[in-house]
Design a protein around this ligand. Structure first.
Ligand SMILES: Cc1ncc(COP(=O)(O)O)c(C=O)c1O
Length: 404
């Protein structure tokens, strides 16, 4: 994997959108900052359109990167959005996306959130029987007809995933064996039943495992659909497409995923010609398009180890510090962004400015010698960056974000 290859280097300095890194820092009045590349997002969407069957709709899970500019940019490129809170609802309603193509998933939706979802007309992915009853009550109070899908917790998982979201006891979705009961309840209610949402896992790099899980998802959905009160209009197969973060990671073979989906799409369309088939992706769309840029504030030696102390850290980029769901801490790809033409000459540990041993951006990495003022770049940073980090911790300023 060579994450740096995605970004052009001019005179030894990474450049995004034709502008070198130092210029962003200057324009911003300092560092740290995140930079997201429109061009790389565009290329990623094109790759998906090229390899996935035409009938597959792309939904962007905005939790991966809810920066309003990114969401607006995405609105013109993908077919739908998935949201997880009233805050995200507000963000997507400001982007030009038809509400029919917006779904709201997540456990613990409050009555206020259900009401706002109803009033906006988005599809609520039901996480439990209790949530359905609360939604129905809100529907009666507002006079809005609920539009719903059932989020199913299958009895299998997406093997080899960084994060497993289905299989076993889970707070997400309705256990597959409880779904027939919920469908009977739906049949008694006046609401717009759309279909199913089955999200089995996240961050998977194995096309064969993604295809295997999708096959099981389709079989499960088709058998549940036989008990539905009306033909399904929507089948959200989940996502789970991963990106390479760590040494040894190989990119997902998207052509193989697409080939695996082709017969599944035929199978769904044969049984339910009106069903919109959706894959729901977050990091795969935006993760590789983003950089986190931070400046070296200090260089120091401690008992034989060289530390580069930066003005960034886990309060901006929890995932890169290894504290966002990773079991073993591994380094995200990093570089000295203004010394790309220089060879690595030393092994260093790059840390943030927080007074905690957790605040490591890269441990024991080989880099060209970096001086105070140089720019450390963390690649693969377009997803789960600022909004997945404890930005209030220790009272440092939030990082700036640029979509260029
Ligand atoms: C329901 C749901 N959809 C989409 C995603 C996005 O996952 P990813 O960014 O790995 O594609 C998640 C991640 O946890 C999720 O829970």
């Amino acid at each position: 994997m060579n994450a740096a290859r995605n970004f052009p280097v001019v005179d030894g300095q990474i450049s995004v959108g034709g502008v070198p890194l130092f210029q962003y820092v200057e324009q911003n009045g300092g560092s740290p900052l995140y930079i997201y590349s429109r061009d790389l997002i565009d290329k990623r969407v094109s790759l998906l359109r090229k390899h996935l069957p035409d009938a597959v709709h792309l939904s962007y899970a905005i939790k991966a990167n809810p920066m309003p500019d990114v969401v607006k940019f995405m609105a013109e490129r993908v077919d739908g959005f998935d949201i997880a809170s009233a805050g995200e609802l507000k963000t997507v309603l400001q982007a030009p996306m038809p509400v029919d193509n917006i779904s709201f998933a997540g456990p613990g939706k409050t009555d206020m959130e259900l009401r706002q979802a109803l009033e906006a007309g988005v599809t609520v992915n039901l996480e439990s029987a209790g949530e359905l009853e609360r939604l129905v009550l809100q529907g009666e109070q507002t006079g809005c007809r609920p539009r719903v899908a059932i989020r199913v917790n299958p009895d299998f998982e997406l093997k080899g995933s960084g994060m497993r979201m289905g299989g076993g006891a889970k707070p997400f979705g309705v256990d597959a064996d409880q779904v027939p009961g919920l469908l009977r309840r739906l049949a008694d209610l006046d609401l717009d039943f759309q279909g199913f949402h089955i999200f089995t896992g996240s961050q998977n790099l194995r096309a064969d495992l993604v295809t295997e899980a999708q096959g099981k998802v389709v079989d499960l959905a088709l058998s549940l659909a036989e008990q539905a009160p009306s033909p399904i209009q929507l089948l959200n197969l989940g996502g789970g497409f991963g990106i390479p973060y760590f040494p040894g990671d190989e990119p997902l073979d998207l052509a193989a995923v697409g080939a695996g989906m082709a017969p599944l799409v035929k199978k769904i369309s044969a049984a339910h010609p009106a069903a919109r088939i959706v894959v729901e992706l977050g990091r795969y769309l935006v993760g590789e398009a983003g950089l986190y840029v931070t400046r070296v504030v200090d260089r120091k030696q401690s008992r034989g180890k060289t530390f580069l102390v930066t003005d960034g850290g886990l309060h901006h980029h929890l995932a890169a510090s290894g504290n966002f769901g990773q079991i073993l801490r591994r380094n995200y790809p990093v570089a000295v962004g203004n010394r790309m033409a220089e060879a690595a000459t030393e092994t260093v540990t790059v840390v943030g400015c927080l007074c905690t041993p957790l605040d490591i951006l890269a441990d024991g990495v080989d880099l060209p010698r970096a001086e105070v003022g140089d720019l450390i770049v963390v690649f693969q940073s377009g997803a789960y960056g600022p909004t997945a980090s404890p930005s209030a911790f220790l009272g440092h300023a939030a990082p700036a974000e640029y979509l260029v």
